[in-house]
Ligand binder design. Structure first.
Ligand code: ZN
Length: 491
């Protein structure tokens, strides 16, 4: 029997406000434990929460960016449960009247567009954090850090529209890109400011009813999301095929073993005994404010990607890579602007100037940034320097291979590309007399290869190119070298 998976994701995104959702405490990450707390977020009796307007604004931004309907009136509710990291004994959340609902985003998986529905985006506060004794001295103890208690979150709940682990990862990435573009969440999965739970079930292909789902928790990287879901689908199929039944439960992903393990039977909504938060008035968001927020939205990743394809004529793949982060897209656009602003390019260029820049940014630049785990805004190669270097290739001053080495040197030292080329004597040799001399030396040194080549073994041409390149330390102009070598070899 063929099965298909049905997957829905619940994402918690920490909003980048400077203070918490219902008090004035700082939200800064990494402070000493329990230094960013006050009677409100500690849940002391007699205190009252006051809603952070910035958090609402950020939630509205996300709703607008994901085509959600915004409810002019929404209600905060208490979600009751007991855990040492939750001092109040309840979390302020939203339940049956959330701020926004019924939206979607479009994702692309293996070249095909797919629309994933968003059921709702609601506001809530985070709980604190438990630290389980990691040093020998602390072994057997657990510690509570409440700095995170009360930090504003949005929970983004998807429709069960996702069918594969790849789609889940694409959806997650797209959502994170939007949050980061909007500058309302830093999207950092390791620090927990972007967290994902996945509801996974399977059903025979063609069946309409959903199967029983398991909720996967504790997945803190895109790679783990993929692995956890793939494992879970496989596990459920095995259970069913062996005549077993899937039980509704919460499972933890064990990233060391790459498996999911049962944690507890799944809570139902009624386990939380939701009721309207009596300390907060209904949240009223009027149309004028929504319009005002709409006016502040930047160009979002999907729009930017489409514009890059349209405006720069680059492949959709390139556009996707270049627009994944706002800073990178800006870097690219500035480089193209500078490059094209300097007039006509050198002769013999087969690809467009925007594609040339794209190749450099996607190739050399991203490779080095990735190795260093560095952000593009801290990149020592400014668009000016990149364009200077590309111009040197166009002008035949250096060949592409040398240019890549120079790029790396600029990246490491921040020096000007022409200074590096001069300093290291890397100037490309285009002078025909010099190249002919080298070619003759190479031909004389390899009589057997020459005879074989002339007898029809044309593959040996690249052998001669290689030898001549080696003799010029890679600095020969490849076009000139190829032309002269063909003449000299007599073919
Ligand atoms: Zn506080």
């Amino acid at each position: 029997m063929k099965y298909e998976a049905v997957i829905g994701l619940e994402i918690h995104a920490q909003l980048l406000t400077s203070s918490k959702a219902f008090c004035g405490c700082s939200t800064k990450f990494g402070a000493e434990a329990n230094t960013q707390v006050c009677p409100v977020c500690l849940g002391m009796p007699g205190t009252l929460p006051v809603l952070n307007k910035k958090a609402v604004e950020f939630a509205v931004k996300m709703a607008l960016a994901t085509h959600c309907k915004i409810n002019n009136k929404s209600i905060f509710a208490r979600k009751n449960y007991f855990y040492p990291d939750l001092p109040k004994g309840y979390q302020i959340s939203q339940y049956n009247e959330p701020l926004t609902q019924k939206g979607y985003i479009d994702i692309e998986v293996t070249g095909e567009k797919k629309r994933i529905g968003i059921t709702r985006i609601h506001m809530e506060e985070d709980a604190g954090k438990l630290l389980h004794g990691e040093t020998l001295e602390d072994e057997g103890f657990s510690f509570v850090d409440l700095n995170r208690a009360g930090v504003p979150l949005i929970e983004i709940v998807s429709e069960p529209d996702i069918r594969t682990a790849e789609e889940a990862v694409e959806y997650l990435k797209a959502l994170r890109d939007i949050l980061v573009y909007l500058e309302i969440c830093d999207g950092n999965m390791e620090e927990g400011s972007f967290r994902c739970d996945a509801n996974v079930s399977i059903r025979p292909k063609g069946q309409k009813e959903f199967g029983t789902k398991a909720e996967l928790k504790n997945i803190n990287s895109f790679r783990f999301v993929q692995k956890a879901i793939e494992y879970e689908i496989k596990r459920q199929i095995e259970v069913v095929e062996n005549g077993g039944k899937i039980v509704q439960e919460t499972r933890l992903f064990d990233s060391d073993k790459g498996i999911t393990v049962s944690m507890r039977s799944k809570e139902e909504a009624h386990d939380y005994r939701y009721f309207p938060e009596p300390d907060l008035l209904p949240l009223m968001v009027d149309e004028a404010w929504i319009e005002e927020i709409k006016g502040t939205l930047p160009e979002l990743p999907a729009e930017k990607r489409e514009r890059f394809v349209r405006e720069y004529g680059i492949p959709s793949y390139d556009a996707g890579v270049l627009t994944a982060a706002r800073e990178l897209a800006n870097y690219y656009e500035e480089s193209v602007r500078k490059y094209e602003g300097q007039g006509a390019r050198g002769k013999g260029q087969e690809i467009s100037s925007s594609k040339v820049v794209s190749n450099w940014v996607m190739g050399e630049l991203l490779r080095l940034l990735k190795e260093d785990n560095r952000d593009v805004k801290d990149c020592p190669v400014s668009p000016e320097k990149l364009v200077k270097l590309i111009r040197m290739v166009d002008a035949g001053a250096v060949n592409l291979k040398t240019a890549k080495e120079v790029f790396e040197e600029v990246y490491k030292t921040g020096k000007e590309p022409d200074a590096i080329v001069k300093g290291k004597g890397l100037v490309q040799v285009s002078d025909e007399g010099t190249i002919i001399k080298v070619i003759d030396e190479v031909i004389n040194a390899n009589p057997k290869e020459l005879a074989d080549y002339r007898a029809g073994k044309e593959k040996l041409f690249s052998f001669f190119v290689g030898q001549a390149m080696k003799a010029t330390k890679g600095q020969a102009n490849p076009q000139v070298l190829n032309k002269l070598l063909k003449e000299r070899l007599g073919k």
